[in-house]
Design a protein. Sequence first.
Length: 462
Amino acid sequence: MTQPKKERTLAEPFRIKMVEPLKVTTEAYREEILKKTGYNPFLIRSDDVFIDLLTDSGTSAMSDHQWAGMMIGDESYAGAHSWEHFEAVVKELSGMPYILPTHQGRAAERILYGILGGKDKVFISNTHFDTTRANIEFTGAQAFDILPPEAYDPELDLPFKGDIDTAQLHKLLKEYGASRIGAVIMTVTNNSAGGQPVSMGNMKEVRSICDEHGVLLVIDGCRVAENSYFIKHREKGYENKTYKEIAQELLRLGDAFMMSAKKDALVNMGGILAVKNEDLARQCTNLLIISEGFATYGGLTGRDMEAIAIGLQEVFDADYLHYRIRSTAYLGEHLRNKGIPVVWPIGGHAVYIDSKKLYPHIPVEQYPGQMLVCDLYQKGGIRCVEVGSVMFGKYDEQGKLIPAKNELVRLAIPRRVYTQSHIDFVIDVFDDILEMREQKTGLKITYEPPFLRHFTAKFEKI
């Protein structure tokens, strides 16, 4: 009987040219840091973090070609050749004629949803990301998430758990009517739902439903390359297409495309807003000029635009994408083998841990996810983020918490930054988490702002 072929040891498809020293601290030191920052890792100085998995946004390492491109950045106020390079690359990728650069993704959200939103408007998504929801709700509009019911089961093994529930979509569009729908938003990959991918079949069905009801389809494609990887390897009919060809097909289904370039464009700052409709593009351009900058730089330097244009081509490299997806899966698979409850299957950019199952004795009102986030920092100097009732919980009229559907903790992997030994260190720290979990208590909030409270809220131990 032949044995299955063993997968080769994962090796980074790049060499290191420059290093940045990391500070090694003691557990007692980190406990004091947690007390001083109100048990909120967003408020911890980066110098006091050993491995930073808070986000994959803007934390990538740029390539030698990107750094070289920055040296030839054209800083002319209007009509710079760096703008022309940026515009050409984004047009080729998205198939959309009107391209607006922004300083980051949430600026593109603020511009577009500031125009499409309003107090009577409704936005429907597979899952709104935190800044997306905040920008929509800031206009007075409502934001609905409609994942299929099975997608809320963290252990269920499905290839495309990021899809939208098309039956619910039909129902909501009929209920509210086209005049009240600001847009349908598809986030690829679906970050807040465990970094899960969206299938091309689901995207095409959503496009058809939007056409039937006469509503806009917006694609948040900040991780479109990673989503394309999953389509190629999991969806029939895409085996022989390149990752870039898949991304182009997907983005052409939208009426608008926005992107935080800080993810799959492999840069530290930047955003993109692309639209098909000329009138909408004019409205967006007017807001862009008021709040970001002139239409051909929009809050970015010429060198930023050069780096984005190069990054949007590098990200579709087959060796890079294989390494990116497999290195994330390596972390998730090893944690699962230890008995850590992870969202399965592993997504593209992050591993999500079900903190409610890991800490079943901590009630949701005491934020088990935030407790796990603090424990990982205390035990290993690892910084990550809660994606549960701190981030998405709301209050009813009596001030009682309406919890999120899942209490997750996200370990987001920066691109081309950490080596395999760093990931092995993270895996080892979870031995300490398992050993001490039954002794843990929860947290209570002592301060919170009205929007995006997870960024600046403060806690104390119960």
